[in-house]
Design a binder for this molecule. Structure first.
Ligand SMILES: [Zn+2]
Length: 247
């Protein structure tokens, strides 16, 4: 849906919204919790992974008693205990070209809460290709980054980074480690972006990359431009411009 197509008061628009969170780990737990607390009624969580002991310091919806369970089921149950009005659908699958259309259909926004750069490119290409707003984030060690993408309107992840680096050349969060509170900060900011997308309120983090250095407690913003030759978003033209008004 377009950002400004929703009518009514912000709270009502939020209750009508639906957000797909890809990844039920560190970022996904923080984002889902913040969305539920804000009044989102419909979430879909996608993750095929299971809860491990090494996850618990940063994946705050999972408990020791959840070890070995599917993360989507552990997260769904934790959310249900606190937010009885929330309806959480789960899909214990790897998000890919085969299921993207079904999972993204009808969603107000998609949150990329995965680990690993290859996943970021895949999700960008599929979600932007389906003309659905995407909130990207990445975290590793003490560094986080965040950007929101309106398909065909603002710069996408591939406009910025071009092509994935060679496999194994950049460590994932799982491999390099990450500060738990960094995941909380960035995941909560992702939720705030999804709330802005759902309500049409405020200024989206589009055409800007926000970076956060948790060691120095320093936020920075880098201005971005669409790449007119971007293979992902250039073919889309400007489909939201006529209706969104907030790009
Ligand atoms: Zn692009």
């Amino acid at each position: 849906m377009s950002v400004a197509a929703a009518a009514g008061a912000p709270a009502a628009r939020l209750a009508d919204a639906s957000v797909l969170v890809i990844g039920a780990g560190a970022l996904g737990c923080a984002a889902a919790e913040a969305l539920a607390a804000a009044g989102i009624r419909r979430l879909t969580l996608v993750d095929y992974d299971r809860v491990e002991r090494s996850n618990l310091h940063r994946q705050l919806l999972h408990r020791t008693a959840d070890l070995g369970r599917l993360k989507v089921e552990s997260a769904r149950d934790a959310l249900a205990a606190r937010y009885p009005a929330l309806v959480t659908a789960v899909a214990a699958v790897r998000f890919d070209a085969g299921n993207a259309r079904d999972l993204v259909r009808g969603q107000t926004a998609v949150i990329d809460a995965t680990d690993g750069i290859a996943n970021k490119f895949l999700i960008n290409d599929l979600v932007i290709g389906l003309r659905t707003p995407l909130v990207h984030a990445g975290i590793v060690r003490f560094q986080g980054q965040l950007m929101t993408i309106l398909p065909g309107v603002s710069a996408c992840y591939r406009c910025l980074f071009g092509a994935p680096p060679a496999a194994g050349s950049v460590p994932s969060c799982q491999e390099a480690g990450v500060l738990g509170s960094l995941a909380g900060t960035i995941g909560t900011l992702q939720a705030a972006e999804a709330i802005r997308l759902a309500t049409g309120e405020g200024a989206l983090l589009t055409d800007r990359l926000l970076t956060y250095d948790a060691l120095a407690t320093r936020f920075r913003q880098v201005k971005l431009r669409r790449n007119p030759a971007c293979p992902t978003c250039a073919p889309l033209g400007d489909p939201l411009a006529a209706t969104a008004g907030t790009g």
